[in-house]
Design a protein around this ligand. Structure first.
Ligand SMILES: Cc1cc2nc3c(=O)[nH]c(=O)nc-3n(C[C@H](O)[C@H](O)[C@H](O)COP(=O)(O)O)c2cc1C
Length: 209
């Protein structure tokens, strides 16, 4: 399926049918989120993948009982770092050194630049900055799911503190930001299955200068 056809095909499914998605498709979608860009390339978040039924049942109330949490096949929670410090930047430099085969000292200037930029942020600004990065990964996951013909629902409709508690995110230095439920649409019972996609008209959305 061509990219735009896949994006027309997808919609935010309200009712899923309980079928499992194949492991290779789930892995492709996760890998697409891993390939998402982030500011400086720092990737200040983790991606929590929940297939376990019991855990999804525990999560459902935190998602205002949205049915996709249990009727889907997997829930992915994008959880941003609570703190971004020089330690994480140093780890990132180590990754670059290893993956590009360059001496870590050659990256000192880059590390200094990132640390300097992050130091200018208040704690609130740093949180917003980290949170924003997760939405890029969410977008990549949505497009990958459509390309794989896997249904998906992006979700912000949850109580972050409750999700953090169920998943033990505080202990990991993380907080939940946004989620993606994956599965298969229940075509007989989803009221949106045949709904026309509504988007702002091209001429209203796109401003050419
Ligand atoms: C960040 C974000 C949060 C959303 N949260 C929810 C949600 O909690 N539950 C839900 O059913 N849909 C949720 N949606 C789906 C949107 O309502 C949907 O994407 C939008 O109406 C456009 O429709 P479409 O995706 O079906 O084309 C969310 C979408 C985004 C991008």
């Amino acid at each position: 399926m061509k990219l735009l056809d896949a994006l027309e095909w997808r919609y935010a499914v309200k009712k899923m049918n309980g079928s499992k998605i194949p492991a290779d498709k789930l892995n492709t979608i996760i890998e697409a989120t891993r390939l998402a860009p982030s500011a400086f390339g720092l990737t200040p978040y983790s991606i929590i993948v929940i297939e376990d039924e019991e855990t999804r049942k525990k999560l459902q109330p935190a998602f205002y009982n949205q049915s996709q949490i249990v009727d889907g096949s997997a829930v992915i929670v994008f959880a941003a770092w609570n703190n971004v410090s020089e330690k994480e930047v140093a780890e990132y430099m180590q990754d670059i050194a290893e993956q590009r085969g360059v001496p870590v000292e050659s990256l000192n200037e880059f590390a200094g630049y990132i640390n300097g930029s992050l130091k200018n942020l208040t704690a609130d600004q740093a949180k917003i900055w980290a949170d924003k990065q997760t939405y890029i990964a969410l977008g990549f996951g949505l497009v990958a799911a459509a390309a794989e013909q896997i249904d998906a629902t992006p979700m912000e409709g949850f109580v972050p503190a409750s999700v953090d508690e169920v998943l033990g995110l505080s202990a990991l230095g993380l907080h939940s930001v946004v989620a993606l439920t994956l599965g298969y649409r229940d075509a007989a019972n989803d009221y949106l299955v045949n709904a026309k996609k509504v988007r702002r008209a091209h001429h209203k959305l796109v401003i050419k200068k």
